[in-house]
Write a protein that binds this ligand. Structure first.
Ligand SMILES: NC(=O)c1ccc[n+]([C@@H]2O[C@H](COP(=O)([O-])OP(=O)(O)OC[C@H]3O[C@@H](n4cnc5c(N)ncnc54)[C@H](OP(=O)(O)O)[C@@H]3O)[C@@H](O)[C@H]2O)c1
Length: 221
């Protein structure tokens, strides 16, 4: 049986990852700050109280996970705080860097010793972190933090190749979650995660370090 770990597991895309991974027979470790009734209802292992910017909370998580081999790690937790030039907020930009870029990098490094040869590391990024694709501007903190995450992911792909760990940067599409105010033009989390798991399954050491849309499109940096 494969063991998969998902952060941001209590709602949105993370919750749906847990649901679909469990349905296909994985042992799932759901990491979150506060469990939701929907997550509890899955009956999977929940590691709660994990604020990802809090070093002590992350150290506690690592202690509880000690000795557990992880075949798939999905670092999905993230925040979006929209801002333009007129309402630029330095603190909000720093926080988005911490949650969206620094926390996944640090957690990746901490979990690598528990990831065997052939395991996979998935970083949930966004097309808003594509410089080439940016024709609408704005969203400074979110865009900058996801660019930073993309670069971290590319370096991780290079550095972890000798360990046999493949890394992917995945964009879920526009998905109807709280992050985007359940925008009705978004797709359902179910549909997004089906595509995302196809990308996970297709990922190899040869394709490690690429930036993919859930629909299979290779995205420009
Ligand atoms: N939805 C989209 O259209 C879309 C598009 C592109 C990329 N993405 C990316 O996909 C990922 C999942 O997004 P989503 O749409 O599912 O968002 P969401 O519904 O807002 O869920 C975000 C998750 O991240 C967790 N989280 C946020 N800050 C955290 C922190 N400091 N410590 C621990 N957990 C934290 C939240 O936990 P709490 O419940 O405790 O706040 C929640 O579980 C994100 O990385 C996002 O950037 C989403």
């Amino acid at each position: 049986m494969k063991t998969s770990l998902v952060t941001g597991a209590n709602r949105g895309i993370g919750l749906e990852y847990c649901r679909q991974l469990q349905a296909r027979g994985d042992q799932v470790v759901a990491v979150c700050r506060e469990p939701s009734p929907e997550l509890v209802a899955l009956g999977i292992r929940i590691e709660s109280g994990v604020e990802l910017t809090d070093a002590d909370a992350v150290a506690g998580l690592l202690l509880r996970l000690k000795g557990l081999k992880l075949d798939l790690v999905i670092l999905n937790a993230g925040i979006l705080q929209s801002m333009g030039l007129s309402d630029l907020d330095a603190e909000a930009i720093r926080l988005q860097f911490e949650v969206n870029a620094l926390a996944p990098l640090q957690l990746s490094r901490a979990l690598v010793p528990q990831m065997p040869h052939g395991s996979k590391l998935i970083l949930m990024t966004s097309r808003m972190g594509s410089i080439d694709d940016n024709s609408s501007g704005g969203s400074y903190g979110y865009r900058m933090s996801k660019v930073a995450l993309n670069m971290a992911g590319r370096s991780l792909a290079v550095d972890l190749k000798p360990n046999g760990i493949a890394v992917a940067l995945l964009h879920p599409g526009l998905v109807r979650t709280r992050m985007i105010g359940f925008n009705p033009s978004g797709i359902a989390p179910e549909q997004s995660v089906q595509g995302l798991l196809e990308r996970v399954d297709a990922l190899t050491l040869e394709t490690s370090g690429c930036f993919w849309h859930a629909n299979g499109q290779l995205l420009p940096w």
